[in-house]
Design a protein around this ligand. Structure first.
Ligand SMILES: [Zn+2]
Length: 101
């Protein structure tokens, strides 16, 4: 009798957030919880999925030719100024939210 001493493959099931595709967990319930606050979930009407979103460094001119802003002069923003004064980005449930194309 021969004993086969080889690594045994193990197949596991994980679940992934369908919006960001970065969040994965074995437990589907954890994913469902995450989806209610995922920045990429368009149902949350937040800046990250809105066509008015201005990502950091693209708000105006670039500070340096590589398009990377070291001074923070052009942080994340909104091109229709929908964010309430003093709000920190991204905001959710925005009345001016429109799906990014
Ligand atoms: Zn997600």
């Amino acid at each position: 009798m021969t004993i086969v001493d080889l690594p045994t493959p193990v197949v596991v099931t994980r679940h992934q957030c369908p919006f960001c595709r970065r969040y994965t967990r074995a437990d589907a319930k954890r994913i469902e919880d995450h989806m209610t606050r995922c920045w990429k979930n368009p149902a949350l009407r937040n800046c990250k999925t809105c066509e008015h979103h201005l990502p950091a460094m693209q708000s105006e001119e670039y500070c340096n030719p590589d398009g990377w802003c070291a001074c923070g002069s052009y942080p994340e923003g909104c091109d229709v100024d929908a964010a309430p004064a003093g709000a920190t980005f991204p905001i959710s449930n925005c009345p001016k939210w429109q799906a990014a194309p």
